[in-house]
Design a protein around this ligand. Structure first.
Ligand code: URA
Length: 245
């Protein structure tokens, strides 16, 4: 049987047949049979095609009028290496963070983005409310970066970063900046604008040679190896949920 072309877009969609078998209800051939018997509905309508694309987040799927089990909320912490895109699929076939996940079929999305050349902590989840809280600047969840600049920034430069820098999308909030040594410093910001750290450093006439996100809230890299993932603890999730300052 011909499978329909995958629709465009970045969302991880599944065929209805696969969604049903993935939910643990039965084999793919059983799933096809249920569809053929008219027992499966998508958004209240009897589904006629097991190869129909469905979005597990948005579409309501029932079998014999019973909804598919809600998948458990998952929170993964990835130590992203440089050289991986924060995207689901890359038309040019470059490596993405999904190549590093233990189960690519599990639907998770990244909370914010790290640039291709940035390494460090990235959370992936299927909890949209949690992700919104972490990325919404109103909640001021601090993110700390270790920055290696192309030159030694003067004390005055660091004071500029602390006070806030005028970027084309407006003034940045004050940052916490600590010199580590020579051209390396740590900077904690509470916004997540596109390429914000790089642009702040570039506004001082320097470049970022290396950028690592070393903390999100109070969560640090700890023992996590580069390229590896671990589940967040319930305590970490609770703390990140409550980070409004
Ligand atoms: N700021 C940047 O400039 N890049 C990142 O990847 C994250 C923060």
């Amino acid at each position: 049987m011909a499978v329909k072309a995958r629709p465009p877009g970045d969302r991880p969609l599944k065929t209805l047949e696969r969604a049903l078998s993935k939910a643990g209800l039965g084999s793919r051939s059983e799933a096809r049979r249920w569809v053929g018997e008219g027992r499966v509905k998508v958004n209240g309508r009897v589904a006629g095609d097991p190869d129909h694309w469905v979005d597990l987040e948005r579409d309501r799927i029932t079998v014999d009028d019973k909804p598919l089990e809600q998948t458990a909320l998952t929170y993964l912490l990835l130590y992203k290496p440089a050289g991986y895109l924060t995207t689901y699929r890359d038309p040019q076939g470059r490596k993405t963070i999904y190549d590093l996940l233990p189960d690519r079929d599990r639907y998770l999305f990244p909370v914010g983005r790290l640039d291709l050349d940035t390494s460090g902590l990235l959370i992936l989840t299927n909890d949209t409310a949690f992700a919104e809280r972490l990325t919404n600047p109103e909640y001021k969840v601090p993110k700390t970066y270790l920055v290696k600049a192309s030159r030694v920034l003067s004390d005055e430069d660091l004071d500029h970063l602390r006070a806030g820098i005028e970027l084309r999308d407006g003034m940045t909030r004050p940052a916490i900046v600590t010199r580590v040594s020579g051209n390396k410093f740590e900077m904690t910001i509470t916004e997540g604008r596109n390429r914000q750290v790089r642009r702040m450093v570039e506004a001082l006439g320097a470049k970022v040679l290396k950028l690592v996100r070393i903390a999100i809230g109070s969560m640090t890299i700890g023992d996590l190896q580069i390229g590896a993932t671990r589940e967040l603890t319930a305590e970490e999730v609770r703390k990140l949920r409550g980070s409004k300052t």
